[in-house]
Design a protein around this ligand. Sequence first.
Ligand code: HEM
Length: 272
Amino acid sequence: MTSRYNAYSFIFALTTPLDGLLVFENNDVNACANCGSPMNLLTRVWRSSLGKKYLMAISGLVLLLFLVGHMVGNLLLFLGREDINRYAEFLHSTKEVLWTVRLVLLAMAFVHVLAGVSLWIENKSARPVAYENPDPVVASYASRTMLMSGLIVASFIIFHLLHYTVKVPAVNLTGADFGTLQETLRDGSQRADVHEMMLKGFSNPVVALFYVLGMGLLCLHLSHGASAMFQSLGARSDAYRAFFNMLALAVAVVFFLGFSAVPIAVLLRLVK
Ligand code: HEM
């Protein structure tokens, strides 16, 4: 009986993720004459803490899906120059798609950071004096450092984009200009040599270790963020709390191993 009840509550939780948005904290549903317009809905979502948590969860989910694709793409380095360079060429082949994806990611990152900072400020003003002895069981280290780890990860991403996307020579600490690295194909045509760029980029131990550190912080952030996401989207009922916490930890560990494998392998000269 209990297990059947748990299964129902799990399905119910998964199928009603937007319920919370219909109940706003200031209970002003009836007072609003023009609530149906999209702009109004957005304002109301933003004004409610619950709405901001949904925005964080949905933007976090989109960024997480991007990370899955990006990690798998990076791991093509282990298959060789041909595979990773062909993959990079494919990603850059349709400018409209590339720029649409870039703009969606930028918007998601913007919403995620803005909602996170705004919720943190709300929490601070609701409880200006921190608990004297925060209970480490209730609040894990990852959950207590979400704002800090999130802002450091955001700074890492800015560095990463300057390093490998904009290819600013001054930040790669190798003296090379990554913008000029080209692979010449059999028919004489040329394409960007992402394989060589990664080998050169991570040949500097400071840069490689900085990436591993960045991935560590990203995964600390994800180990709590993914579980909070399940909760905000309605999937983490009390009965499944432990399961979703474990799932979030597993996701974080897989990302850490998958992303760190590249700089570590290059640094140890396991990829040539
Ligand atoms: C060790 C970890 C990582 C490695 C080795 C890596 C590698 C790369 C490389 C080589 C590129 C350039 C690809 C190209 O020019 O075709 C790139 C682009 C990018 N990376 Fe990463 N990345 C890592 C982690 C991350 C993380 C954690 C994020 C986000 C949270 C991220 C977000 C991006 C973005 C947004 C782009 C730009 C894609 C574009 O619009 O062209 N990367 N990465």
